[in-house]
Design a protein around this ligand. Structure first.
Ligand code: ATP
Ligand code: MG
Ligand code: MG
Ligand code: MG
Length: 465
């Protein structure tokens, strides 16, 4: 029977039974006694399995002795107890079929030695064959599954919001334009300007920067919903925590305020970290050993500590009294920068924190105005080691106040009639947040750069593979 290496290593197949495993060679070692030991990996678990190939195999000299890292192999043999330490079972091969050799093993990019993350980004199509990208991929999968499970168990529906949109969500000014047009044949007005009325969608369209506005409409009918999909921002700065294409988890809850919103985010984060520790112990042990010493312990403390809750105004005072000289000096009214966020959680609070009630003028038009008239019911969740991982708010459900904010921010309500309808037809208080999925992966694995948290990173200057 064809079995996964995971099940073979876990002892799911009786000693003496015949199994077939299939995968890619990690290493080959030959003994003087006429045996070769081939470590084979199929991605089903962290460890490879050892295939013991005797020189009595008909293709031993012609093929087995040519196996090198990366070769594709189908091996059949008997399950035996392993003599080597660290491994419980191995396979005594009766046949080894090589489906593909590696051309020129000396120049094969993935050698059995540590490679720098920078180098591996240049071979994004081969990096999944390394230990670290195998582990990241499995953890990413586990996190995504846990996200869906959490929402399903709590009565939320998954809504697929559009990727192409004509709304610019927050007037973010960082969008990618979608066009079907051949640049050489752009329709022009008589004045020579691009005539967008001839665009495929009738007006200028963009890749979405957030599914929130769309998911709000479903929230105001189905009560508990979330969207989880790709999001695009033409971030022009090169940072270790921004991608041009990333995935975002955006729940929206009806009849909820900011406190309920923060509670939901806290419960979600704890749930998914718990799932990773339970289900991906092998990969997490690798991260703790090779990538970030505290990879496991910090998730454990994340799960166990209640998040701190701090008012933005209080956070500003803490930062001002910190005696630290920041690159950007702190004053009330400014958005907090990564250096401030990290100082707050790492030096001051010592655990994740929800910062709430930001100044109105730095936040999006849809956030609910507080009674003080100066702040909105917005929150960011900050994690030690990374800073912001969640941004959320209670939404402005009162039409007059929404209109006033849009006017103040110079947003033309003409583009938001459908969104205004939600306030005209049975409005209710509601709240939601956005959690950047890759920031979650970065944090979980202890990675230094978000480009390693997604299979094919898109950043300024890079969209190949
Ligand atoms: P930042 O301040 O880090 O630029 P933001 O405030 O612009 O983030 P939001 O609009 O609040 O981000 O989006 C919600 C979440 O999406 C953020 O908390 C973060 O986790 C994630 N996120 C935002 N921009 C990016 C990006 N360019 N790449 C990856 N994740 C992102
Ligand atoms: Mg941003
Ligand atoms: Mg921010
Ligand atoms: Mg934010």
């Amino acid at each position: 029977a064809v079995v996964s290496i995971k099940s073979a290593l876990a002892g799911a197949h009786a000693i003496g039974s015949e199994v077939t495993v299939r995968g890619w060679v990690r290493t080959r070692r030959d003994s003087k006694a006429g045996l070769s030991f081939v470590n084979l990996s199929d991605g089903s678990c962290f460890d490879p399995i050892q295939i013991v190939a005797p020189n009595t195999l008909p293709n031993y000299d012609s093929e087995v002795l040519r196996l090198s890292a990366g070769c594709g192999v189908i091996a059949t043999g008997t399950v035996v107890e392993s003599q080597g330490k660290g491994q419980s079972f191995e396979i005594q091969a009766s046949t080894i079929e090589v489906t593909g050799f590696v051309d020129d093993p000396e120049t094969y990019p993935i050698q059995p030695k540590p490679h720098s993350m920078e180098f591996l980004r240049e071979v994004a199509h081969l990096r999944p064959r390394t230990n670290i990208f195998g582990a990241i991929t499995r953890v990413r999968h586990c996190l995504a599954q846990a996200v869906h499970r959490f929402f399903h168990e709590n009565g939320y529906y998954w809504i697929n919001t559009p990727i192409i949109t004509t709304s610019d969500a927050e007037g973010a000014g960082q969008m990618f334009r979608v066009s079907t047009l051949d640049l050489a044949n752009l329709p022009r007005t008589d004045k020579g300007a691009i005539d967008h009325s001839k665009d495929f969608f009738g007006k200028e369209a963009f890749l979405t920067v957030s599914g929130q506005l769309n998911v709000e409409a479903y929230c105001l009918a189905l009560s508990k919903v979330y969207t989880f999909g790709p999001t695009f921002r033409a971030e022009n700065s090169q940072t270790s925590r921004h991608l041009a294409e990333f995935w975002m988890i955006e729940p929206e809850i009806a009849f909820a305020d900011l406190a309920a919103d923060a509670d939901l985010a806290e419960a979600l984060l704890k749930y998914v970290f718990k799932a990773v520790l339970e289900e991906r112990g092998d990969d997490m042990a690798f991260f703790a050993e090779r990538v970030e010493k505290t990879a496991i312990t910090r998730l454990e403390s994340f799960i166990n500590a209640p998040f701190a809750r701090i008012d933005y105004s209080e956070a500003v005072k803490i930062l001002q009294n910190s005696g630290k000289s920041f690159e950007f000096p702190v004053e009330w009214g400014m958005d907090l920068q990564t250096e401030h966020e990290r100082y707050l959680v790492e030096q001051h609070v010592g655990r994740p924190a929800v910062v709430m009630n930001y100044p109105e003028h730095i936040k999006a038009f849809y956030m609910r105005l507080n009674d003080d008239g100066k702040t909105v019911a917005a929150m960011d969740i900050l994690a030690p080691g990374i800073g912001e991982i969640v941004g959320g708010s209670q939404r402005e459900e009162r039409l007059d106040l929404l209109d006033a904010r849009m006017a103040k921010m110079g947003i033309d309500p003409v583009h938001y009639q459908w969104y205004r309808d939600l306030r005209r037809y049975g409005t209710v208080p509601h709240a939601g947040f956005g959690l950047g999925f890759e920031r979650l992966v970065v944090y979980t694995c202890g990675l230094a750069n978000i480009r390693d948290a997604i299979p094919y990173p898109r950043v300024p200057g890079h969209a190949e593979f």
